[in-house]
Design a binder for this molecule. Sequence first.
Ligand SMILES: NC(=O)c1ccc[n+]([C@@H]2O[C@H](COP(=O)([O-])OP(=O)(O)OC[C@H]3O[C@@H](n4cnc5c(N)ncnc54)[C@H](O)[C@@H]3O)[C@@H](O)[C@H]2O)c1
Length: 366
Amino acid sequence: MAVGIGIVGVGQVSDYHHFPGIDLDPRAKLVGVCDTNPDLLARKASDWGVEFLTHNPIELIQNPDVDAIIVATPNFTHLEICLEAAKNGKHVMCEKPLALSAEEVRQMYHAARDNDTIHMTAFTYRFAPSMLYMKHLLKKGDLGEPRHFRSQRFLDLPETSWGWRQYKKLAGAGDLFDMTIHRIDFAIDLLGPIKSVSGSVAQFSKRDKREDGESCEPSEVDDWSALIGEFDCGAVGVWEGTTVAKGYKLKGFGHEWAEINGSEGSAVYRMHDPNHLLFGKPGGDLEPIVVPDEFLKPKDSPRDPKNGEPGTVFRYDLVWEFVSAIVDKRKANPCFYDGLRAQIVADAVLESQQKRAWIDIPDEPL
Ligand SMILES: NC(=O)c1ccc[n+]([C@@H]2O[C@H](COP(=O)([O-])OP(=O)(O)OC[C@H]3O[C@@H](n4cnc5c(N)ncnc54)[C@H](O)[C@@H]3O)[C@@H](O)[C@H]2O)c1
């Protein structure tokens, strides 16, 4: 029997990642949708051919046809929806950042863990083929001992309102929670726990006008975030993210560069060209290498990696992983614990900025 999925929040990310992922997966069926915007809800329900519509997440969660939900609403709503899902024994994939602070995320993780539901954090870039291949080469020893990690995420976004994303009580933080948190997560996935960070955030754009020219409350959040960090394994890392880097449109994908320099080689993932990895050997130059077929999509997934824009289509593999974890009765990867570890580091960046100090990252029990 198909896994019945309900989507809470039918906005941009559901349209871009989650619906296409469900549509591709013969083991999954979209059985209901929920959104507080009635016009959008009706439109998406019709586009996606789904009959059960509600404005109330609890009604969707309690629908007996719903086995699992995908939470794709603004950050401040995630905690309550995920606690309700755990209470009702429903599996959850929740968007990042999982919530507004590590304390909230810890509640979500403990509720899902203690109710034996499958929980997943939608850390998209873990699924990029070149990211998977870089991890494989690192673990195989082809890079030698990892020394430096480097991440750049530069976007050239319009300086108009970001909507809910620009208010602290709705979003938590700006670029740091929206963009850099993904890069903190995949750094931990590649290199293991981060033990200490020094970070900073800044705001350059007021964003006090909407696209139509109407005034709005100015942004309260950062549009630039950066950290340096030390990993338990002895490597060091540097991360920088911005949404106001002019000249970095790159066909809408922006600039993304994530790199490991090891004692035997360097490898670079770039999101806009995820089917190639740059690889450099001692004394040589970085050269593109083709990512082997086995890393282009999850094993057994019916997705044809030759179809669609490579920078977009790997995002559909999030749903494949979530449904696979449910069908196979195993943990999803990345899970809420991963979302918590990344959130602890992101919170430490804000604390570091406030105290003008390095912050040690405590161990977090599983
Ligand atoms: N993983 C990724 O790469 C990625 C990419 C984009 C966004 N996101 C995350 O996805 C989430 C949603 O972002 P988005 O860009 O789709 O935002 P969006 O504003 O386009 O969509 C959010 C939708 O949620 C609805 N909504 C708000 N409160 C609700 C509630 N209480 N119950 C039901 N519906 C509600 C809104 O009406 C809207 O349609 C955020 O947490 C964001 O950080 C992740």
